[in-house]
Design a protein. Sequence first.
Length: 243
Amino acid sequence: NKVFEPEDLRVFDELPADQINTKIDEVFVPAAPLPSPPADQQAWAAHTETLRDNLLKKSFRAWPSEVSAQIKPVGEAEAEGVTMRQYEVTTEPDVTCHLYVASRTGLPQEDLELMVLNVLDEPDWRDFLSHMPQLFPSLFPGVEDVESNQEQIDAELQMHKSFKWGMAYLCPRGVGPGKWTDDEVKFTHTRRRFALIGQTLDGMRTFDVVQTLNQAKAIPSLSEVPIWLQAQGPMAGNALYAS
């Protein structure tokens, strides 16, 4: 129940004549000049270190200082010449992310040319469910009421036949099997609580991606192969920071 009505919280009957809140954009400092791009590889390497250092000290300073991430296999299935392996990635205590890795059945590890790691948000997860559970139902128990997309199924199979690529799909915290709630109000409250410990939800999802990339080195099919990290929507920013 509300303790106060909005009118009870009013500070001013009228805004002060000298207030600048409503026109603060008119008194911003001049725009900073665009920095010059690094001139060579050595300059780029130094610039990269500066960016990384600033991110860790300013944007992600509240990340856990001690990392005890772990990865474990929890399932495997084969269909139509494609093998999918399921993993659980514990990125910090009581936080479990879900990783699915698919590649052509029987393809030697040394012949795998690329692994595409897709970082999923909730809409991406629903799209993922439109074709993957139909191929590997044993890895998706309890998945119901998702319309099958045969076009996507065919495209996925054809990709594995045509290219020596693997496809990996990561659900960071709060996405997919680890979704906290379907109630938008409760989810808003959950998201706000990250600020109480100096975090943001997207900042910790970036942490999940970083830890998953680190732990993926223990997976034979990912230990040596180049990883192509991709995402869309808000998750694209998290993937970029993680890279």
